[in-house]
Design a protein around this ligand. Structure first.
Ligand code: T6T
Length: 315
């Protein structure tokens, strides 16, 4: 039976809309995701494009080649002197991306944050993301259930410092782990959001920590790397792997037993709501300052009933 955990959508605060002052492309929206060709952002783009079309706007996407603030800044700067009416952006660094985004906002473009956010979100008319703290808590509760009464060590794989979402997942996971004294964290490892680095961190942890009983991989790249590390060591299924996201390879891995659970987001909904809020701001309608998208806990047992949450490779 399906046991998807739905974290209720909630909102807080309202800000007034505006006319898009100064920008000429008043039906033009842009999306700058964190990185190109990644199923999370592709699904977000699909949701955003469909909603833009429905509302009579066009949306173009410019994605950096890597999850990197310097490369993303180039994409923001390339919007140039004739920027879109609104920019949906997933900042790859909660601090470094402020200045380039500010420059676009200064030209009259409405800013909407999708998924990740800046430390100071006041530049954005609206911000839409999963409740990542709750996602991390859910991952820890799930791992604790998988492990039962057994004792052991737990490794956490993060992406890059300055990534708001994965930092929140780590926080939620670490807080919840305190309620499960049989599980001892051996710390958080950064991986530069590269699966190869995640794989080698897992290899090293297996060598140094014979009682490793669980891994929390905070996003799809860390998850894919962790699955590789466990497979290379012949430890698939022996060390519980709880991942985040639901990329095609993670979904295959859940089915084959490489992952014991995945916390899936709803990136298409994040994209759709991002467009809705951008358009509301442009049309002078009420805008919701902060929106939370749902999360869904997937296991091998419930995954087929929840296939709508699997991420897409193309629209
Ligand atoms: O987990 C997503 C996203 O929410 C996060 O901010 C960065 O990583 C992903 O894109 C997955 O790789």
């Amino acid at each position: 039976a399906a046991t998807a955990v739905l974290l209720a959508a909630c909102s807080s605060g309202q800000v007034g809309g505006g006319s898009g002052g100064g920008v000429q492309n008043n039906k033009q929206l842009a999306l700058i995701p964190g990185v190109q060709a990644e199923p999370f952002y592709i699904s977000m783009q699909c949701g955003a494009e469909a909603e833009a079309k429905k509302l009579g706007y066009t949306l173009t996407t410019q994605a950096p080649q890597q999850f990197d603030a310097a490369l993303q800044t180039e994409k923001v700067n390339a919007l140039g002197s004739n920027p879109p009416a609104a920019l949906l952006i997933a900042p790859t660094d909660d601090t470094a991306m402020l200045a380039p985004i500010q420059q676009v906002a200064n030209r009259g473009t409405k800013i909407v944050q999708v998924d990740t956010s800046l430390k100071d979100s006041s530049i954005a008319v609206s911000s839409i993301s999963s409740n990542n703290v709750e996602g991390g808590q859910l991952a820890a509760k799930t791992l604790a259930e998988l492990v039962g009464n057994r004792q052991g060590s737990v490794l956490v794989l993060d992406t890059k410092a300055g990534t708001s979402t994965t930092a929140a997942r780590v926080q939620g996971f670490t807080d919840e782990l305190k309620n499960h004294p049989n599980l001892k964290s051996i710390g958080v490892q950064f991986t530069n959001n590269e699966p190869e680095q995640a794989a080698s961190k897992v290899t090293a942890a297996l060598a140094s920590t014979p009682d490793l009983i669980g891994i929390f991989a905070t996003n799809l790249n860390t998850g894919e790397g962790a699955a590789t590390g466990l497979r290379n060591a012949g430890k698939t299924g022996q060390v519980n792997l709880v991942g985040f996201d639901a990329s095609p390879s993670e979904v295959d891995g859940l089915r084959s037993g490489e992952y014991q659970a995945l916390i899936a987001q709803d990136p298409a909904m994040i994209g759709q709501q991002g467009v809705d809020q951008a358009v509301a701001a442009l049309e002078g309608k009420p805008v919701t300052k902060s929106l939370t998208a749902s999360l869904h806990s997937l296991t091998k047992a419930n995954m087929d009933a929840n296939s709508q949450y699997f991420y897409k490779q193309s629209c």
